[in-house]
Design a protein around this ligand. Sequence first.
Ligand SMILES: [Zn+2]
Ligand SMILES: [Zn+2]
Length: 197
Amino acid sequence: MSESNPVIEEPTFCEVHPTRETSLRCNKCGRLMCTECAVLTPVGYRCRECVRQHEDKFFNASQYDYLIVAAVAAGLTGVGAVIASMIGFLLLIIIASIPVGGAIGEAALRATQRRRGRYSGHVAAAGVVAGGLIGGLIQTYARYGSQASEIARRFPGREVPALPLDVALTSTVSDISLLLFIGIVAFTVYGRFRMRI
Ligand SMILES: [Zn+2]
Ligand SMILES: [Zn+2]
């Protein structure tokens, strides 16, 4: 007479945390993992290593792509910042910033055949801030230059001092509409890179 043989399950433990009992396995590589180690993905629970490997396949940008993204974002935002500070109409700038940011993000993606890296969004946003401030600075100097030549025209012989860089910088960063423009564009460009299309 044979007794039915109950299957005695040996306790199993997380491969990273050997003291934590678990029976949950990564559905890709099969390793045991505790709830802290498991990552819920659209295709089920996976271990961190498999998630990272999957992301690395998605993130295919090279260092060179990062440079292109930064340069495109900086260049276009620089031009945009010059135009924005020429307009100087706050409401229009706020309304225009989001589509402008979307277009800059799209241009940066196209420039690199849509290759993306883990930090593409950060790099693009940093490019936006740098380019926007440089554009604003150029506009500050251009404005000062036209005022200076106006003074020179009206008062011939009067010496107009050159604008010191620190004064120009202070004037640029206290331009609220420029800062709003840069902020919204940076936010939108970063968001564009987070979208996986
Ligand atoms: Zn795995
Ligand atoms: Zn664990």
